[in-house]
Design a protein around this ligand. Structure first.
Ligand code: PLP
Length: 360
């Protein structure tokens, strides 16, 4: 066994596995994963299941997922050649990272940010350089970020907008500035459906041939359980990213579901609008209770509770059946710990606020 473990790359041996505690029984509100609050309607599920049943399961999905690429392209105002679908956006982010930053490139991150990026960087053999978000609003330090791009030999900036876990967005004007100096820019827009059109970077693809935008159907479209995400980039770059995605990574069930939901843009817009309204209501309530809440354009809020003891609040909420995400940062940081709470249904949000008041 030890010989086998010696064969594991040292950076993987050092890596802590990405794990989560089992979900406790009897939860009142599961607000820890930024999933959609409402499930896909039973009638829509039945319709999709009938279509999946009519497909031949013995066969691999159609190579290159042409129907899905066409639907995603139509939803994005781009051409199908510019779409790289995958098994969730996680798969296409890993693919792009591998193609662009693998084997010795430097991924530039602005933490706190989605922790899976660090895992992926280790997997593809990329270094990580960090430019932390600054100030009470957790804003990107644009000058420091550009300076880091200039300093690194093979810089690959990866920004998340809206950012998980803080919820803030990167101005498109900055993406333009960054693309002018960096060889390539990766922009994760998993949550952009909850923000405004002014945050949607797809519009930049006309002018920038070195931008890759990642999107997902896991959040606003509510199918985290079925795994469809995609990258958008101009055709030559999209073709390179696609080389690192395994063939047939979107199965027929996920594909049929995505096709059905992409045809219902109005339904998605209604749901994201509702989430945005609830987000502002919950943020106002948290502020009234003394929490320091970062401005969010996503389906979650990032806040420091009054007194600053996020781990105690996390435990208190959990005892009351409300699951949120606890974030713990290095003791030296200005914000040692915080909570990220997903915006749920109005009832779940009320349950969260009631439990929050009780714990206080
Ligand atoms: C910022 C961000 N990017 C990407 C993902 C991956 O989403 P998926 O693989 O479900 O598309 C997540 C999931 O939580 C996320 O928060």
């Amino acid at each position: 066994m030890s010989r086998a473990l010696d064969a594991v790359r040292p950076e993987i041996r050092k890596l802590r596995a990405y794990t989560f505690a089992p979900v406790p029984q009897g939860l009142r509100a599961k607000l820890d994963f930024n999933e959609a609050s409402a499930d896909v309607a039973p009638a829509r599920k039945a319709e999709v299941l009938a279509r999946v049943a009519a497909r031949r399961w013995a066969l691999y999905p159609e190579f290159g997922a042409p129907r899905l690429r066409e639907a995603l392209a139509a939803a994005s105002g781009r051409s199908p050649d510019e779409v790289v679908p995958g098994n969730g956006s996680g798969e296409v982010i890993l693919a792009a990272m591998s193609v662009l930053a693998g084997c010795g490139g430097t991924l530039l991150l602005a933490p706190p940010v989605f922790s899976l990026y660090y895992q992926m960087a280790a997997l593809v053999g990329a270094r990580v350089a960090e430019v932390p978000l600054a100030g009470p609003a957790f804003a990107l330090d644009e000058d420091a970020f550009l300076a880091a791009v200039a300093r690194e030999a093979r810089p690959v900036p990866l920004l998340c907008s809206p950012n998980n876990p803080t919820g803030g967005t990167v101005p498109l004007a900055f993406v333009r500035r960054l693309a002018a100096v960096a060889p390539v820019v990766l922009l994760d827009q998993a949550y952009v459906d909850f923000a405004g059109e002014e945050d949607d970077a797809r519009i930049l693809l006309d002018e920038l041939d070195n931008l890759v935008v990642f999107r997902t159907l896991s959040k606003a479209y509510g199918i985290a359980g079925l795994r469809v995400g995609y990258a958008l980039a101009r055709t030559p770059l999209a073709r390179e990213v696609a080389k690192a995605v395994l063939p047939f990574s979107v199965d027929v069930g996920a594909e049929e579901t995505a096709l059905a939901l992409l045809a219902d843009r109005a339904g998605v817009a209604a749901r994201t609008g509702e989430v945005a309204r609830e987000r502002e209501r919950v943020a106002a309530a948290l502020r009234a209770l003394g929490a320091r809440v970062a401005p969010s354009r996503a389906n979650f809020l990032f806040f420091v509770p009054p007194g600053g003891d996020a781990p105690a609040l996390f435990r208190g909420l959990r005892e009351r059946g409300v699951l949120v995400r606890e974030l713990v940062f290095p003791a030296s940081s200005a914000t040692p710990s915080a909570i990220r709470v997903t915006i749920g249904t109005p009832e779940e949000n009320d349950a969260f606020l009631r439990a929050f008041e009780e714990v206080l």
